[in-house]
Every structure is written in C-alpha cells, then in structure tokens.
Design a protein. Structure first.
Length: 159
C-alpha cells in the first residue's frame, strides 16, 4: 500500500524540503521571515524551454532580489547535471536536483498521463505560504512573467 502525499494548494503553508544545490544545502524553511521565495520547477534539466525560462530568471534576478524575492530552481535529476546548468549559464541562484522528484510530488507536479513531466512556478511569501502557483503540462506555460510580477507586487503591498 502506498502512502498518500498531501499536495499543497495556494493559501497553504508550503511543504518544507532540503535539497543539495549549487549553493550548498538549500532549505526552504530558512527563508521564513526573511524573503519571499520563487520556486521554479524545470520539466527536465535538458528541456530547452525550461532552460530559456531559467536564463530569463537569471536576467530578472537583480530586480527580483530588489523586490525581496529569492529564486530556487529545481530539476528532476542528478546534482551534477544541475551544476553543469549553473556553469553553462552563470546562474546566480541555487539550482537543486530532485532525483526522485519527491519535492515535485509535494507541490503537485506529477507526470501527466504518466509520461509528461509537469513544470511550474510557485511563489511563497515570507511566512512560507503559497501565494501564487503556475503548474503546466507544457513547459511554455510554466513561467508567466506578467502574472508573476503581479503576484510579487501584491505580496509587497501586503507587507
């Protein structure tokens, strides 16, 4: 019998996790009370659309940091592949490998039809509550910059 995994929804406290990353051990709980956090889940480390989204996040990173947002990118694979991605694109934020996709599952990013890995953007406020979720079966829908900026502005208005 398999264990039921609770999947987080918008307005709920985000599941805690620790993953080895390009910046050492990344713990989502360590940002509580300090920063909002954008989790970007890549379909795969070699997904070209996801790689373009990650490059866009790197370009936007100074602006995101000025708005009190830290970025953590998660890919379903080995940490050594994550490290190559960081080196290739000179990424300024943490990139972590989730080899068994346990974190993906907790955030509702299961495979569609058993084969298409979902990707997505999830914004957590300073208290660790999910305030924005964009989950997508096709990677082109996993990062909507306009929606994300609106969600960040809403967070910053709330304080």
């Amino acid at each position: 019998m398999s264990a039921t995994i609770e999947v987080v929804q918008e307005g709920e406290v985000a599941p805690q996790f620790e993953l080895e990353s390009s910046k050492g051990l990344v713990k989502v709980a360590s940002y509580r009370g300090q920063k909002n956090v954008l989790l970007y889940f890549m379909r795969e480390f070699n997904c070209m659309v996801c790689r373009n989204h990650v490059k866009e996040l790197a370009r936007l990173y100074p602006e995101l940091q000025a708005q009190g947002v830290e970025v953590i990118v998660i890919g379903g694979g080995e940490q050594k592949v994550a490290e190559r991605l960081v080196e290739t694109f000179k990424l300024p934020f943490a990139v972590a490998g989730d080899k068994d996709r346990a974190v993906y599952h907790r955030y509702g990013l299961e495979k569609a039809m058993g084969v298409l890995q979902r990707s997505g953007s999830i914004l957590l406020d300073r208290q660790g509550v999910v305030r924005y979720m964009q989950r997508a079966t096709l990677p082109t829908g996993s990062l909507d910059k306009a929606e994300l900026q609106t969600a960040i502005a809403r967070l910053n208005k709330q304080g």
